[in-house]
Design a protein around this ligand. Structure first.
Ligand SMILES: Nc1ncnc2c1ncn2[C@@H]1O[C@H](COP(=O)(O)OP(=O)(O)O)[C@@H](O)[C@H]1O
Ligand SMILES: [Mg+2]
Length: 237
């Protein structure tokens, strides 16, 4: 059993509206898994259930073999579940470096944090260059890099990425996806949520398609890209 995350029959509601209907999904150690689907399909809801900021109304969530549904969001961060939220949500008035330090809020190892800051500046040189600037003055792509680096400062064992390509120019998207691929090569386990099915499935080991709160297809990333149902619904073919 090398599953890091197991989602079994997961349900979630907003009041009386059910957003997730019995989601079945797993992410194995070291895998890059893409979850693709249209706007409103339930992608963000699922990620928020996994990170613990949205209530679950049924089913099971296991991380490294342990049930986590009743664990707090902070407890899950401490276990290594780190989310990059949709729309980046960096703290605009704070400096780039202070945003990064916030990502390490559950850690005490000062020397390790300093080392990881240097690593983030190596991974995203522009963040090093702008480390004293207010995060709100960065471009959309730079803010996405900052949001990713902030999550990495928590030393994730599972990285949850919510639409990192949203609103970004193709060249920047390529750069962001290049980093996601590099993290995978370094052994990072990632669940990547995207409307951009082409970009996500082409770098993923495996993928899932979600429609109105249900997983409708799953399989090898490239096989899904070649699937006529995926092509007509998500790739405009
Ligand atoms: N705060 C909310 N209150 C009520 N309904 C919501 C809320 N957030 C999302 N929803 C509904 O839940 C469903 C899934 O939304 P979401 O998870 O944001 O989808 P996605 O991330 O795939 O675009 C949609 O029908 C959406 O309208
Ligand atoms: Mg969303």
């Amino acid at each position: 059993m090398n599953s890091l995350l197991e989602v079994r029959g997961l349900a979630s509601h907003y009041g009386r509206i059910q957003a997730l209907h019995g989601i079945e999904l797993e992410v194995r150690k070291g895998e890059l898994v893409a979850l693709v689907g249209a706007n409103g399909a339930g992608k963000t809801s699922l990620l928020r259930c996994i990170s613990g900021v949205q209530p679950v109304s049924g089913g099971a969530l296991r991380f490294d073999g342990r049930e986590i549904v009743r664990q707090s969001a902070a407890g899950r961060v401490r276990q290594g579940i780190c989310q990059v939220p949709e729309g980046r949500q960096v703290f605009g008035p704070m400096s780039v470096e202070d945003n990064l330090r916030l990502g390490a809020f559950v850690r005490q190892d000062t020397a390790g944090i300093r080392g990881d800051l240097a690593e983030m500046y190596a991974l995203f040189p522009i963040l090093g260059e702008f480390r004293h600037r207010a995060a709100g003055t960065l471009s959309g792509g730079q803010q996405q890099m900052l949001a990713m680096a902030r999550a990495l400062m928590g030393r994730p064992r599972l990285l949850l990425l919510d639409e990192p390509s949203m609103g970004l120019a193709p060249l920047i998207v390529e750069e962001i996806f290049g980093v996601i691929r590099r993290l995978r090569e370094q052994g990072m386990t990632t669940l990547l949520v995207e409307q951009n099915a082409q970009a996500a499935l082409s770098i993923a080991d495996r993928g899932y398609v979600i429609e109105t709160g249900r997983v409708t297809l799953s399989g090898d990333g490239r096989a899904l890209l070649a699937d006529p149902a995926v092509q007509s619904a998500y790739l405009g073919m």
